[in-house]
Design a protein around this ligand. Structure first.
Ligand code: KG4
Ligand code: ZN
Length: 355
C-alpha cells in the first residue's frame, strides 16, 4: 500500500509517499519512505515574532501542488500509484488545516481512494517507529513524551490508536517556553534550537532557576513560571548593564537545565508508574540535544530504552502523517471523502479521544 501524507497544521507544508510493505515484512520502516518534500514558512513569519494564521493558510495553498509534484517525482510515482490519502485533520490552525483537508478530499474523490484523517500528535508519537536498521523499535505498551510548540504531554501508548493521557502542561508547552525565553534574549522566532545552542556556551551554577512541579507527585507540568524567572534575571542584568553574551549563555544554560530536569524526571516517573520499558521522545523539542543526553543517560542507568525519531522528522513533516496513515489503513481506519458537506477539520482535538 502506498499512502500519500499531507501535513499543513501550522507553518510547514509537508508531503510524503510511504509504502507499507517494509513495515508489513518486519523490515526497517524507514525503507518505506519513497519520497518527501517540505517547505517551512519560518522566514515568512519571523518579522511578526510568531505564526500569522492567514499568511500560513495562503502559503499552504501556494505550496501544496508543487510539493506533491516534487514528492511524486522523487518517488518516481504517478497519482495512479497512490492507494490512500492521509492528511492532518487536527489539531492546529483552522485555516491551515482546511487547505490540507480540501486538497486531500479532492484527491480522494478524483482518484477514488480511501481517506485517513490523522491526529497531528499521533504522527509525532509514531515517528520513532520509523527507526533505521541499527535501532530497536519500541514495543507496545510504551511511554511517549510529546514536546512540541503547542503540546507537552506524557502518554501511555498501548497500541495504534490506544492512547492514555498521563499528564500534560497547565500553561506553556515546552517549545513555547523555549521560544518565549529565546525572545527575551533577543533570538528570532522560533528560538528553541538557537537557545539550546547558547546554553552550550553557558557556565553551570551561575543561575539557579525553579524546577516547576518537579515534586508535585503527578505527571503534569507548568512552564510559564520558568520564563518569568528568566525575565526577572534579564531585568536585573539590564538595570546594571550586565546583559552581555556570557549572561545570555549562562541564563540559557540554567533554563535548559531546569526544563530538561523536569521533563526527564517526569518521563522516568511515568516509566516507573506504568512498568513500561520503552520511552519514545517526539515533537519539535525532541530534537533538543540536552534533553536527548539526559534521557539516554537516565534510561541507561535503569536498563530501560529510549527511542528518538530521526532528527529531520522531529519537527513537522509529511512523512509522519503518511506513516501514521499507513498504520491506520492496515487497521482499516478510513473515512469516506466529503467534498460537498464541508471539511471536517478539528483545530482542537484530544489525542486520547482517538479510537
Ligand atoms: O513539533 P513542532 O515542529 O511544531 C509543533 O507541532 O508545535 O515543534 C516546534 C517547536 C518550536 O517551539 C521550536 O522552538 C522547538 O520545537 N524546537 C526546539 C529545538 N528544535 C525545535 N526546542 C529546543 N531545542 C531544539 N533543538
Ligand atoms: Zn508538530
Amino acid at each position: 500500500m502506498i499512502v500519500l501524507g499531507i501535513e499543513t497544521s501550522c507553518d510547514e507544508t509537508g508531503l510524503a509517499l510511504y509504502d507499507s510493505k517494509p513495515w508489513e515484512r518486519g523490515e526497517p520502516a524507514y525503507l518505506g519512505i519513497l519520497g518527501q518534500a517540505l517547505h517551512s514558512q519560518i522566514e515568512m513569519h519571523q518579522d511578526y515574532g510568531g505564526v500569522v494564521p492567514e499568511l500560513a493558510s495562503r502559503d499552504h495553498i501556494r505550496r501544496v501542488i508543487p510539493l506533491l509534484n516534487k514528492t511524486l517525482s522523487e518517488a518516481q510515482c504517478s497519482l495512479e500509484h497512490i492507494d490512500a490519502i492521509a492528511y492532518t485533520q487536527g489539531p492546529g490552525l483552522a485555516g491551515a488545516l482546511l487547505v490540507g483537508s480540501a486538497f486531500a478530499n479532492a484527491l480522494a474523490v478524483s482518484l477514488d481512494k480511501p481517506l485517513i484523517g490523522v491526529h497531528h500528535l499521533e504522527g509525532h508519537l509514531l515517528s520513532p517507529l520509523l527507526a533505521d536498521a541499527s535501532q530497536k523499535r519500541p514495543e507496545f505498551p510504551f511511554i511517549a513524551l510529546l514536546v512540541s510548540g503547542g503540546h507537552t504531554q506524557l502518554m501511555l501508548v498501548k497500541g495504534i490508536g490506544q492512547y492514555e493521557l498521563l499528564g500534560e502542561t497547565f500553561d506553556d508547552a515546552a517549545g513555547e517556553a523555549f521560544d518565549k525565553t529565546a525572545k527575551l534574549l533577543g533570538l528570532d522566532y522560533p528560538g528553541g534550537a538557537a537557545l539550546s545552542k547558547l546554553a552550550e556556551g553557558g557556565k553551570p551554577g551561575r543561575f539557579e532557576l525553579p524546577r516547576p512541579m518537579l515534586h508535585s507527585g503527578d505527571l503534569d507540568f507548568s512552564f510559564s513560571g520558568l520564563k518569568t524567572a528568566v525575565l526577572n534575571q534579564v531585568r536585573k542584568a539590564e538595570a546594571c548593564s550586565a546583559l552581555d553574551e556570557q549572561f545570555c549563555n549562562d541564563i540559557a544554560y540554567a533554563f535548559v537545565e531546569s526544563l530538561v530536569e523536569v521533563l526527564s524526571q517526569k518521563a522516568m516517573s511515568a516509566l516507573d508508574m506504568t512498568g513500561c520499558r520503552d520511552l519514545v521522545l517526539a515533537g519539535g523539542v525532541g530534537a533538543n540535544r540536552q534533553l536527548r543526553a539526559a534521557l539516554t543517560r537516565m534510561t541507561q542507568e535503569k536498563g530501560l530504552a529510549v527511542h528518538y525519531p530521526p532528527l529531520q522528522l522531529c519537527t513537522d513533516n509529511g512523512v509522519m502523517i503518511a506513516f501514521a496513515g499507513a498504520l491506520r489503513l492496515l487497521l482499516d481506519h478510513t473515512s469516506p471523502p466529503n467534498l460537498f458537506g464541508g471539511f471536517d477539520v478539528k483545530p482542537r482535538w484530544e489525542l486520547n479521544s482517538q479510537g
